[in-house]
Write a protein of this length. Structure first.
Length: 372
C-alpha cells in the first residue's frame, strides 16, 4: 500500500509523462533519503543557495545557477532579475514595475499554457508580456519591431506545448537579443539537455527539477554570473513567496548528480522496448492501430501511440481515457491528441508490471467491441 492509499486516495499508474497534476516525478530512493536527512538539520540558506548554484552550474556549463521552487517560479524570478538588475529598492517594489523597463517580448505561438499561462508568470515577476506575430507565424521583424527602450528581455519557450512551426528559431532570437544588448531568457522546463541553450547563446535558462531530471518539486535558472546574482536577490522580494526548501534543494542536487551519470540513451531504448512489448500485447485488438512514436519536441522519448477507430470501436478516445482514469488503480495516459482519436502511453514513469495492468485494462475497455 502506498502512503497515499493510507489516506484513502487512489493508486495511480502514470503513463502520461511528467505531469504536475500527478506529482511530476517519483524520486529515486537515494534522492528521498538525501531529502529526509536534509530536512532534519539546519543550514545557512544563503550559503546553501550559493553552493547549490555552484554545483548545478558545473553540470550545465553555465557560469552560475539559482535554485527555484520550479520552472514557473524560474520564469517570474528571471523576469524580475532582468527588470530590477539587483536594485533592492526596485526589487521590493515588484510586482509593480511602473517606471522601469519592463517589457518582455515573446512570440505569440509561445504564449502557451503549461498548467497555467506562461505570460502570467511573466506578470508575476513584474514583466509586461509583449506578444508578437501571430499564433502560427512569427518572423524576426515582429521581434525587432517590438524592441524599444522599455524592453527588458526576450523570452523563448522550448516546449512541446508551443506551436512547432512558423516560429522564429532559438538561434535567430539569440542573435536579435545580442545585437540589441538584451538578455535572452529560455524556458527549457522539461528539456533533457541541460547544457545546450546556455552554450548556444541564452543568458538565462530555466529548468524544472521535477521533469526530465526526476527530482523533487524544484527547479533552477542557469546563466551568466551577474544575471544569476540578480535572480538570487529576488529572494528578498517576490521570490519569498516561491522559496525553495532546503530539503528540495538537496533532493535536486542528488537527482542531477544521478541524472548526469546515467546513460539516458540506454534508458530511452529500454523504455522503447517496453512500449514495443505493450504494442504486441495489444495487437489482437481489432479497432486500434498502434505505433511507436518519438516525442513531438524531438526529445528521446518513445511512446506507444494508440489510434482508436472510434466508429468501429463504438467508443471515443475521450471515453477510453475517462474509463482508464476511473478504474482502480487509476491509469493516466497522454491525451494531447484525443481530439484525433489518439491516446498515448508514456513509459518514463511506469513501474514494474504497470504495462501489463494497462494492457489488461485496455482489453477490458476495447476488447468486447470488435466489429469482426
Ligand atoms: C512544466 C512547465 C513549466 C512549469 O514547471 P514547474 O517546475 O512545474 O514550475 C514551465 N514551462 C513549461 C514550458 C513547462 O512545460
Amino acid at each position: 500500500m502506498t502512503i497515499y492509499e493510507s489516506l484513502g486516495l487512489k493508486k495511480v499508474i502514470n503513463a502520461s509523462g511528467k505531469m504536475t497534476a500527478l506529482g511530476a516525478s517519483a524520486v529515486k530512493k537515494e534522492v528521498a533519503e538525501y531529502m529526509a536527512q536534509a530536512a532534519q538539520e539546519y543550514v545557512e540558506i544563503d550559503s546553501l543557495i550559493d553552493k547549490a548554484g555552484e554545483i548545478i552550474a558545473s553540470y550545465t556549463g553555465a557560469e552560475d545557477a539559482c535554485v527555484t521552487l520550479g520552472a514557473a517560479a524560474g520564469i517570474a524570478i528571471s523576469v524580475a532579475a532582468c527588470i530590477t538588475k539587483g536594485n533592492l529598492k526596485l526589487i521590493e517594489q515588484l510586482p509593480n514595475s511602473e517606471g522601469m523597463p519592463n517589457e518582455i517580448i515573446i512570440q505569440k505561438g509561445h504564449s502557451v499554457n503549461f498548467g497555467a499561462p506562461i505570460v502570467q508568470m511573466v506578470s508575476l515577476g513584474g514583466g509586461k508580456p509583449i506578444e508578437v506575430g501571430q499564433a502560427n507565424k512569427t518572423e524576426p521583424f515582429h521581434i525587432e519591431g517590438a524592441i524599444n527602450d522599455k524592453t527588458a528581455a526576450l523570452l523563448f519557450i522550448k516546449s512541446h506545448h508551443t506551436v512547432q512551426k512558423g516560429m522564429v528559431s532559438f538561434q535567430a532570437m539569440a542573435d536579435i537579443a545580442h545585437r540589441n544588448n538584451l538578455p535572452l531568457i529560455v524556458d527549457a522546463a522539461a528539456e533533457e539537455d541541460i547544457k545546450k541553450y546556455y552554450q548556444e547563446g541564452a543568458d538565462l535558462v530555466i529548468y524544472s527539477g521535477g521533469k526530465a531530471i526526476g527530482g523533487p518539486t524544484s527547479g533552477f535558472i542557469c546563466g551568466e554570473k551577474e544575471l544569476i546574482s540578480w535572480c538570487k536577490k529576488q529572494y528578498k522580494g517576490i521570490g519569498r513567496a516561491m522559496k525553495a526548501s532546503k530539503e528540495s534543494i538537496m533532493g535536486l542536487l542528488k537527482a542531477i548528480e544521478l541524472y548526469v551519470s546515467e546513460d539516458n540513451h540506454a534508458i530511452a531504448l529500454e523504455n522503447k522496448k517496453k512500449m514495443e512489448k505493450l504494442a504486441q500485447s495489444l495487437a489482437d485488438l481489432k479497432n486500434i492501430n498502434i505505433s511507436i512514436k518519438q516525442d513531438e519536441a524531438g526529445r528521446e522519448i518513445y511512446r506507444a501511440e494508440i489510434k482508436i477507430n472510434e466508429k468501429a470501436a463504438n467508443i471515443t478516445a475521450y471515453d477510453v481515457i475517462e474509463k482508464l482514469k476511473c478504474g482502480n488503480p487509476s491509469i493516466y495516459v497522454r491525451d494531447h491528441y484525443a481530439n484525433l482519436g489518439i491516446i498515448s502511453i508514456d513509459p518514463r514513469n511506469l513501474k514494474e508490471n504497470d504495462d501489463e495492468i494497462i494492457a489488461s485494462r485496455l482489453h477490458e475497455i476495447l476488447g468486447g467491441k470488435t466489429n469482426a
